[in-house]
Every structure is written in structure tokens, then in C-alpha cells.
Design a protein around this ligand. Sequence first.
Ligand code: SF4
Ligand code: SF4
Length: 314
Amino acid sequence: MIQDLLKSKNVFKLICGAGKEDCEEVKRLVYLYSLCGVKFFDLCANSDVILAAKSALNLAEVKDAYLCASLGIKNDPHSNKAVIDYDKCINCASCESVCQENAIKYVKVKSQKCVGCGRCLQVCPKQAISFRSEYKEIEQILPPVVASGIDCLEFHIIGQDEEEILSKWNYINANFDGILSICISRGKIGDESVIGILTKMLKIRKPYTTIIQADGFPLSGGKDDFKTTLQAVAMAEIIQNAKLPAYLLLSGGTNSKTAQLAKLCGIDYDGISVGSYARKIVRDLICRPDFWTNQNVIDSAISIITPLVKSVLE
Ligand code: SF4
Ligand code: SF4
């Protein structure tokens, strides 16, 4: 049971990316991290991606792992995909070198790999990159995701439209009876609003059937230092102080320093979700054409991943 894993207070959740639609990349990530002892995987709400993750778990012969699919509301940055305006582009390739997801090659965006982090927009000297939203209504994407057999659904909250949040939340509750996760960042809404909306959302849930994922700065991970993970810990403290009947995970800038900093700050967390940093450290190995045939590639990836996983699980 997924609750048993959460009750262990020793959870590493690999965030493959709410916008990561590249099935092969997800399969390789899930395979590697499951071999390193990870039991919880966060995926794009796409049944092909979910099937890819399941096939990776079969290949790794890991049976006691759990899958979560991420859903957003309008303006969720995870639905964004970078688009290049070639009338403005000067082919400098700055975007390509800054992309942590290998989503830009030869100044072309592979949208299935793009997670909407915005790093390419920030470095483009010609403002040639913008976002296109691929947001789809939850009512449209939920049925096939639930049918594909998922253990947990995560709802990403952003913005101030409480009415819309609660309406989608009610819909999710009516159509899925497993563990739910709420991924929430402060953004522009402030601490009181965060706790206010969470309290309302938890009213219709039985105690400890919900995860709150305290999201520091969404999609901000990449560096392995304390500063990058500071906001995730600060956000977790706000949630912890509210004493809500839910499991607490940290995300948004998480890395191998997160567990250490959270413990130093007295955060009684149940787990840590790592996305950008966890993907970045193996991104070159993940892309290798001989990934499935060269054991050295797998072994190298495992030796890179192991210290990160250990930083959370030990
Ligand atoms: S830098 Fe971020 S937004 Fe830009 S292509 Fe890469 S993943 Fe997408
Ligand atoms: S950073 Fe901007 S100008 Fe440079 S290659 Fe990318 S899109 Fe073109």
C-alpha cells in the first residue's frame, strides 16, 4: 500500500516531469531510479507515459513501486512548451546549452521533452522564444489516466482562482478514490491563502489520504546547493506549522542537500520529491543510443544516482 510507504517517512519521489511526454526518456528514468531503490514516481498525465513507466518497473523487476500522475489548472507552468520564432532567432545556440532536459537540438524544440522551465527564454538574446500552453481540461485527461491504473493523482495549484481550484478538486475526488496529492507553491498568493485553500481542500478528505507537496520554486532545481533548496524547506515549514492531517513532501529546487537542510530546520517531512536535479545528473546517459545494450551506461548512471537517493533514504 502506498500509505505504508508514506508512513515509513522515508520516501524519495522521482519527478519525471508533469510535462515530460517522452515515453522512452521516462522509461529509462524510472528504470534507473527504481534500480536505486526509489518506489514512487511522478509522471505526466498521459496513459502512454504511464505504460512506459510500468514497463520500466517490469524490466527492473520492481513490484512494490507506485505511480502518480500530475494534473494542473489553467496557467500551470508545467503545461508550457517553448516555441522558437525563427524570424528573430540568430542561431546562437544559447538556448540549447542551457536546457537541462535536452529538449533543444539544432535550435529546434522537442516539445515532448520540454517541461516548461523557462531557462531558454531567460537566456535568449533576441527574445525569440515564447511559451505555448498545452493545457487540457482535467475532465478530458482524467478518465484515460485513471483507467491506465495509477496509484496517486497530484493536483498542481497555482494562482488565486479558488473557485476553479475547488471545482476541479471536487471533480478529481468524485472520479478517483486513491491517494491524492496537492502540489502547492506560495507564488503570489501568500502564506495565509496557502493554508486557507489547503484546509478547504482537506475538509472532504479522510485524514492521511492526502499528500501535500510543498513546492519551493517550481521547476527551479538543477544546482546541488543549499540555496537552491531553501524555498522548498521554507514552504514545508509553513505547511508543517498548520498541522494539517496530510503527508508532507518537499519539492521545487530539491537536491542532495534538501534532507540535510530540512532536518536542520526541524522539518518533520515524510519524503522528498526530486525532479530537475534528478533528471539533469543523468541526462547525457539517458540519451545514449546504447542505453539498453551497454551495461557500462547503466552502471555509470547508477553510480551517479545512488548518492542522491541515499541523501534522502538514509
Ligand atoms: S529550457 Fe526549459 S522551457 Fe526551454 S526547451 Fe528546455 S525544458 Fe523547455
Ligand atoms: S537563444 Fe534565442 S537566438 Fe539563440 S538560438 Fe536560441 S532561440 Fe535562437
